[in-house]
Design a protein around this ligand. Sequence first.
Ligand SMILES: CC(=O)CC(=O)O
Length: 679
Amino acid sequence: MADNDHFQDSKLLSRPLDPSSTRANALRRAINRKHGLQLKDIHDLHSYSISDYTFWLDLWEFLGIVSSVPPTKVIEPGQKPYLPRWFPGTRLNYAENLLSRSDDGVAIVQARETGSVQNCSWRQLRLRVTEIAGGLRAAGVKIGDRVAGIISNSIDSVALALAVAAVGAIFSCTAPDMGSSGILERYRQIQPVVIFAETEVMYAGKVVGLVPKVTEVANDLRKNGLRGVVLFPSVLSGKVPHHELTDCVSIEDFIKKGKDIPMVFEQLPFNHPLYILYSSGTSGPPKCIVHSAGGVLVQTMKDLALGFNMNRDQTYFQYTTTGWMMWPYMISGLALGVTIVAYDGSPFYPDLREFLKFVDKRGVSVLGISPRFLTEVQGRGIHPLDLAPFDCLRAVFSTGAVLTPPMFEFAQQAFGPNVHIASGSGGTDICCGFVGAILSEPVYAGEIQGKSLGMAVEIFDPEGKNIEHTGQPGELVCTRPHPSLPVCFWNDKDGEKFRKAYFDMYPGIWRQGDFIVRNPKTKGLMILGRSDGVLNPSGVRFGSGEIYAVLERSFSNIFEDTLCIGQRRPQKDKDERVLLFVKMRNGLKLTNEMKAQVKEAIRTGLSIRHVPAHIFEVADIPVTVNNKKIEIAVKQIVSGTALKPSGTVANPESLELYRKYFDLEGVLAAESGNAKPKL
Ligand SMILES: CC(=O)CC(=O)O
């Protein structure tokens, strides 16, 4: 493949924000003044940020992190060479930093698909956090205890996360749609002392009763140290429904018990655990990724303030459940005085148009969505600007999967030329971005604008050689430590699971598992897919994202979703073959003519070697609970590996649809009517 083939779509979409008006520029100038440097622009600032660890102290000061013992030192060696200790000796509290205001302005807008909207002021938020923290203390929750949630996105769930942090406990949560086995796979490992749970929620117009699930989970976890359950009232009736759970109270009774306990923000080391998030492994139990309070605070504030230029006049609406890392990511906006939107429900119910009008009406400045959301807007023929002016909207941030060049272009047209379309990658493992938005840099279709400050991102070939200047794709690696490296995996005593997950392929260097390429001309970055899903027919290595880009450009009106994987074949002389699975829109049927058109579009858009060997219609595409397509599990299934899906798969039954493709020849024979009768 020629060097720049990945960038044939590199179309300039929008002009940058004046660099002198950005917060990143203010940081650059502050660093120049403080250290007598002459950093000229964001690129110089990035070079400084990955060459001198003092950058993190500069950032600390710039962000105004609140601490009772301020840092005197940035970094010192830790137990492992790749896991240093950050800001040793410092004492701070995450929740104290997030409760950055106490006025009557709006801190959280809570919205539900039912149309109900409730504002929570900074003053009310502080009070609610104090009440829940009092309840936690009255219940005997101590520093380092685990507190877990099965909760929807709401004012109370945000207040709960802050209250847990205030008392120094460790918070972990799943969305209410996770099945009981998925919840237990997680919480049996971390052994929470208290669980906060919803009792009745709504999703896509359906009332979902949670009492049976919560009862099953609680009864199981009692064997593992669970002391009690706190129930949130039904989002419909406002009351706790009938249940037969023992050792449980309603949230209102819970806080009554701690009524007179004053708020104390425990002052804890920078590395003190804040959240436990979970890897989205689709087979086997998820890994419990422990993140530090200081690391999450500094990194998420950095991304929001310097990547998105957020400030206290703005509103950040990240569409997310409480189970995805984008939830804590959004919550950190509070530390910048930003108003956040806690939305619960489907964006497509009762109507995607209503959701878009809500975004405009609430004056959202940064909207976080996924490529899937944009595909739906496009597939349903919706033109957002016909619905509302989106006057306040400054950036649309798509994450969770690759945002292909056609989707960048669509998003730009959809929201207008003044909106910055951004994508990024990082995720659960670091609770921030490795690469992401730089609002002062031009946007090219399909390209992430740059490496995040402080992140020493490079692109490696399999031998560990940096190939980022060649225009060839490779592994996204990070060659220096940064503050939100996970503290550890829970229960991984010798740290071996942790080392294997990130530092195995290139000893001492973090491998993220993304297949990435850099445009030598624009310096923009493009994620081509997950690196373990790289397609490799006839020795050409490419990412599924390249195929999705072609499909989204020309076929989004007929395909609701697609999945492209490589099938390994047992015969040594046979190459991997590329299979494309498509889920049709609105009852359409996949015809031979459509298949031929798809193959032709891929051949002309990419190359003959990218053309899938076969295209099949399937009833469903497997996705994780965070709505990410599951390629690896399907690749394993069609290559003959027996696989037991984990609770991370949102629609595990869909995986069954792919088993028959292990006998691909049999499927093809059946399709052509030549199936041999089974004896
Ligand atoms: C920032 C991200 O990378 C989010 C994700 O994809 O999980």
